[in-house]
Design a protein around this ligand. Structure first.
Ligand code: NAD
Length: 483
C-alpha cells in the first residue's frame, strides 16, 4: 500500500469524501439521463437557496476578506449566480434536444442525430476571489447538463465555504450536490478522484498540477486559470472614459479579479494626461480611501505582503510609483485592515516581478509604446492572457489588435463585461486555461455529445459487403462521384 493510499484510508475526511463520490456515482447509474423536470427542480432549489442565504453570503465573504462591500458580493457572486440559473432554466429544453445532423447522400435514407448526455460525476475546485460564483457557476452548468456535482471551495474563504456546505446539505441530497471543505491537502486528494469531468478555477501553477492528477484517471479537465490581462489604449482613445472604466475594472474587489486589467499599454505621448485622468477617476469613484466602505481588503496577510513586495521590487529596479489617490500610499488604513492604496507603476521593465507575475491587486503598470505593433508584439511575447481590453475607435487599429492577438476573451472600450454574457463562452487559452463554460457552452462542456446513426431498412451500404466483386467496384465509383 503506498503512502498516499494509506493516508487516504487513515484520514476520516478523505474517507468521507471518497464515500460521497461513490454515492454520487452509484446514484448516477440509477438515472443516467435525468428528465428536464428533475434538472429544473435542482436548479430551482439552487435559486431558492441562493436567494435565502444572500445576506449571509455577503456577511461571510466580507468577514473572510477583512472587509468587502456587500454590493461587490451581491453583484459578482449573488446576482451572477441568479442570472446563470435563470438563463439555464429558460434554455434547458432547447439545449437538451437531440439535434438532427445532415447526412451524406450515400448513407440516406439513414440519418444521424447528436444526443447530449450527462457524463456522470463532476468535480469543481474553486478559488477565493468570487467564492460563491466560481463554485456555483460551474455547478449550474453541470447540473443543467444532468450531472452529479462535488464542490471543493478555497480554504482562504472558510466562512463562506462552511455556509455553502451547510446550505447545500439542507437543500440537496448528497448524491445530487455536495460541498467538501479543507485545505490544499484535501484539494490534492479531491482532484485524484476518478471524476467524469473536473473543472478547476485558480492559478496556472496549481492548474498544471490538477491537469497532471486528472491525467492519471483520464479525467477531462476544464482549466479556468489566470495571468496578465493587458489593456491597450489606442491613439484615439477617450482618456476620461477609458480611465473611468479602467478604475472600475482594476479597483473592483481591489483588483483581486482574474480578468482585471493587469497592465495598460499607452501611447508614449499620452502617458502624462492618462495619469491625470486616472487620478481624477479614482477621486470620483473613491473620494476617500481611509475607512471607505466601498473599497475591499486584500484577502490575507500573505497576499498583502506579496503586493508590497511587488511595489518594493519595482521601485528598486527603477520604476516610478505614482499613488492614484490624494491620500497617497498611506491612504487606505495600512495592513491592519489590509487595504492597499491603488497606484500606477510607470516605466516598468520586464525584469520586474510586477511584469512577470499576475498582480491580483490594485497596482497598474503603465507601459508606454511608440507604435501599436510594439504593444501587440509585447503581448504576443508573453503567455496568452485570459482577457484583453481595447480602448479606442472601431477602425483599422482595433481590428489589428483583435486579429493579431489571442486571448481568452475581449471587451472593447470597457473591462470585464464579456464575463457577464451568458451567450458568450468564457475560458482561457494556453497558460490562461482550456475549455469554456457559461450558458450553452457550459452545458456542452459537461455533456457527452453522443452521435447516433439510424440505419434504414434499405441502405446502399449493403452493396459494400463481401464477396467483393463488380458491385463493389461500381458502388465505390459512384461513392467517389457523390461524396
Ligand atoms: P489557487 O490555485 O491557489 O487555488 C484554487 C483552488 O485550488 C483552491 O480551492 C485550493 O484549495 C485548491 N488547491 C490548491 N492546491 C491544490 C492542489 N495541489 N491540488 C488541488 N487543488 C488545490 O488559486 P487562488 O489563489 O484561490 O485564486 C487566484 C487565482 O485564480 C488567480 O491566478 C486568478 O487569476 C485565478 N482565477 C481564475 C478565474 C477564471 O475564471 N479563469 C477566476 C478567478 C480566479
Amino acid at each position: 500500500m503506498n503512502a498516499f493510499v494509506r493516508e487516504q484510508i487513515l484520514d476520516p475526511s478523505l474517507v468521507r469524501m471518497r464515500e460521497a463520490f461513490d454515492r454520487q456515482r452509484a446514484a448516477f447509474g440509477t438515472d443516467m439521463s435525468p428528465s428536464r423536470a428533475v434538472r429544473i427542480d435542482r436548479l430551482d432549489r439552487l435559486l431558492a437557496m441562493t436567494q435565502r442565504i444572500a445576506p449571509a453570503i455577503e456577511r461571510a465573504v466580507s468577514a473572510d476578506f477583512g472587509h468587502r462591500p456587500a454590493q461587490v458580493t451581491r453583484l459578482a457572486d449573488v446576482m451572477m449566480v441568479q442570472a446563470a440559473i435563470k438563463h439555464a432554466r429558460r434554455r434547458l429544453g432547447a439545449w437538451m434536444k437531440a439535434r438532427r445532423a445532415p447526412t451524406a447522400l450515400a448513407f440516406r435514407p439513414g440519418f444521424g442525430r447528436i444526443v447530449p448526455q450527462p457524463v456522470g460525476v463532476v468535480g469543481v475546485v474553486s478559488p477565493w476571489n468570487y467564492p460563491y460564483q466560481l463554485a456555483m457557476g460551474p455547478a449550474i452548468a453541470a447540473i443543467g447538463a444532468g450531472n452529479r456535482v462535488m464542490i471543493k471551495p478555497s480554504e482562504l474563504t472558510p466562512r463562506l465555504a462552511e455556509l455553502m456546505r451547510e446550505a447545500v446539505a439542507e437543500h440537496f441530497a448528497p448524491e445530487e450536490l455536495t460541498v467538501v471543505t479543507g485545505g490544499a491537502e484535501l484539494g490534492t486528494a479531491f482532484v485524484a478522484l476518478p471524476f467524469d469531468h473536473l473543472l478547476f478555477t485558480g492559478s496556472t501553477a496549481v492548474g498544471r498540477q490538477v491537469a497532471m492528477a486528472a491525467a492519471a484517471n483520464l479525467t477531462p479537465v476544464t482549466l479556468e486559470l489566470g495571468g496578465k490581462s493587458p489593456a491597450i489604449l489606442g491613439a484615439d482613445a477617450d482618456l476620461e472614459r477609458a480611465a473611468s472604466r479602467l478604475v472600475m475594472g482594476k479597483l473592483f474587489n481591489a483588483g483581486q479579479t482574474c480578468i482585471a486589467p493587469d497592465y495598460v499599454a499607452v501611447p508614449r505621448g499620452a502617458v502624462g494626461p492618462f495619469v491625470e485622468a486616472m487620478r481624477r477617476a479614482v477621486a470620483k469613484q473613491y473620494p476617500r480611501l481611509a475607512g471607505n466602505p466601498d473599497y475591499t481588503s486584500i484577502v490575507s496577510d500573505r497576499h498583502f505582503a506579496r503586493l508590497q513586495a511587488l511595489l518594493a521590487d519595482a521601485r528598486q529596479r527603477g520604476a516610478r510609483v505614482v499613488p492614484l489617490h490624494a491620500e497617497g500610499m498611506g491612504g487606505g488604513g495600512g495592513s491592519g485592515t489590509r487595504m492597499l492604496a491603488p497606484a500606477l507603476v510607470l516605466e516598468p521593465s520586464e525584469d520586474m516581478s510586477i511584469m512577470q507575475e499576475e498582480i491580483f491587486g490594485p497596482l497598474l503598470p503603465v507601459l508606454a509604446y511608440d507604435t501599436l505593433d510594439e504593444a501587440i508584439s509585447y503581448i504576443n511575447r508573453h503567455d496568452r492572457p485570459l482577457a484583453l481590453y481595447w480602448f479606442g475607435g472601431a477602425g483599422a487599429d482595433r481590428d489589428k489588435v483583435l486579429a493579431g492577438t489571442l486571448s481568452g476573451g475581449v471587451t472593447l472600450n470597457d473591462c470585464m463585461w464579456h464575463f457577464g454574457q451568458e451567450e458568450l463562452p468564457f475560458g482561457g487559452i494556453g497558460a490562461s486555461g482550456m475549455g469554456a463554460y457559461h450558458g450553452a457552452f457550459g452545458f456542452r462542456t459537461f455533456s457527452k455529445e453522443k452521435p447516433v446513426f439510424h440505419q434504414s431498412k434499405l441502405s446502399g451500404t449493403a452493396l459494400l459487403r463481401p464477396p467483393y466483386g463488380r458491385t463493389f467496384e461500381r458502388m465505390s465509383r459512384l461513392l467517389k462521384l457523390i461524396t
